[in-house]
Design a protein around this ligand. Structure first.
Ligand code: HEC
Ligand SMILES: [Cu+2]
Length: 422
């Protein structure tokens, strides 16, 4: 009877555990088990492969185990029977050495392959074998937020990083203080950022538009668990639009309302020692160029004016304990806080926002508008953007005709040789 009870308890405990674990696949924007990018898909493949191998071993061992229990049970009338004593069996020893080796090889081959694939930062190529331009973002981890500078594009942002879908975006990452770890579970694996001067590189690639949640995955201080960020993956056309909108911000824009204009002055007097608006390498505090387009305040809090005012008046002391804004020296009265909050709420340079990533509108583009080198070949300085665009068009026409000229497999070879010579 007692045996029956304990067996029942064990089964019950297992069932509860299975139920809890089955809830763990989580939300699609924050789950390594629901990948939306190249990197995360590869990692999930490896997880599944290793689980399959483990299950295989488990099942085989269990079958043998149960078989042996019944087969070699002590039988009635054989209480004194001593079975034949066997020591060492060459056949068996070989078998259970070779099988694990084979299993480990099955796991090792794709693991090594993927390790190299994930570390490959070379340019992607078009179907014709031409190298695509790369987008590089310099990422800095700070207690307790992330800073993003788009190389060559002259854009800076913080907390929420925008990327185009279906395109690799390369990150070059470093820390300004302690070790952090950059992790967007549904897009890519983790990568540590170190304060010691070496930059770690990793690419992000999202195959679907969306807002993906990122986490700091290395304990870095009292507000480590609040060090969230977002990857906003928008269609290539929308990304191009976003870049243009962000580039147009100088920080000198005059807000429409009087309160906000007063707030701009409060901001200039009290906040600009740490915060910048417009492209800037300044990163004592988050860059606020598109602050009002953020989905979250300071990475984690609901974005609304109430939270914003609380953040400004308390310097985030209780919201994000230990955050570096607590050392700000300003002392504002309620009116000034209202004014500066209203001003910050006007910082919305683009219609491309996290909302756009979710609304399903897809604008295609080859992103050629982002890379001025192409148009600067004939760059007469005065040509305006429309002309640049048409030059870009000519450029792509050229490459089309190149391909139709040769129209054979050779064209791919020629192209890749050309680009490697460059
Ligand atoms: C001593 C430097 C410093 C000063 C001065 C300062 N801040 Fe900050 N601020 C920071 C830092 C650092 C953070 C990031 C805190 C975190 O998330 O860990 C921050 C975060 C913020 C955020 C959230 C940003 C986001 O991207 O969501 C807002 C809003 C903000 N500050 C407003 C202000 C305003 C308004 C003032 C002036 C009245 C001001 N700050 C003055 C350092 C400063
Ligand atoms: Cu961290």
């Amino acid at each position: 009877m007692k045996g029956w009870m304990s067996r029942f308890k064990a089964v019950f405990a297992l069932t509860v555990m299975a139920l809890i674990l089955s809830g763990c696949s989580g939300e699609s924007f924050l789950s390594a088990l629901q990948p939306s990018g190249e990197g995360a898909s590869m990692l999930l493949d490896l997880m599944i492969l290793s689980i399959v191998i483990m299950l295989f071993v488990f099942v085989i061992v269990m079958i043998i185990y149960v078989f042996v229990i019944f087969k070699f049970r002590q039988k009635k009338g054989q209480e004194d029977f001593v079975p034949k004593q066997v020591e060492g069996s060459r056949g068996l020893e070989t078998l259970w050495t070779v099988i694990p080796i084979i299993l480990l090889l099955i796991l090792a081959v794709p693991t090594i392959q993927y390790t190299f694939a994930l570390a490959d930062m070379s340019p992607e190529t078009t179907e014709e074998g031409q190298e695509k331009e790369q987008i590089w973002i310099d990422v800095t981890g700070k207690q307790y937020w992330w800073h993003f500078e788009y190389r060559d594009l002259d854009i800076t942002t913080s907390q929420e990083v925008y990327i185009p879908t279906d395109r690799r975006v390369n990150l070059s990452m470093i820390s300004d203080d302690v070790i952090h770890s950059f992790w967007v579970p549904s897009i890519q694996g983790k990568m540590d950022v170190n304060p010691t001067g070496n930059r770690n590189e990793m690419y992000l690639q999202a195959s679907e538009e969306g807002v993906y949640w990122g986490k700091c995955a290395e304990l870095c201080g009292p507000s480590h668990s609040l060090m969230d960020f977002k990857v906003v993956a928008v269609s290539p056309g929308e990304f191009e639009q976003w870049v243009e909108d962000m580039q147009s911000v100088t920080g000198e824009e005059e807000p429409e309302s009087e309160t906000a204009t007063a707030g701009q002055q409060v901001f200039a007097d009290n906040c600009m020692s740490c915060h910048a608006i417009g492209a800037s390498q300044y990163k004592i505090g988050p860059n606020l160029t598109n602050f009002a387009d953020r989905e979250k305040l300071a990475g984690v809090f609901d974005f609304n004016e109430e939270n914003l005012k609380e953040w400004i008046s308390t310097k985030g002391e209780e919201m994000k304990p230990g955050n570096q804004m607590m050392s700000a020296g300003y002392d504002l009265n309620e009116e000034e806080i209202d004014q500066v909050a209203e001003y910050l709420m006007t910082l919305s340079p683009s219609d491309v926002t996290p909302e756009s990533a979710r609304n399903g509108v897809y604008e295609d583009s080859d992103l050629s508008g982002l890379f001025p080198e192409e148009s600067s070949e004939d760059g007469e300085g005065e040509s305006d953007s429309e002309e640049n665009n048409s030059e870009g068009g000519e450029g792509s026409d050229d490459s089309d005709s190149d391909n139709s000229d040769s129209g054979s497999d050779e064209s791919g070879d020629n192209n890749s040789e050309d680009s490697s010579n460059e």
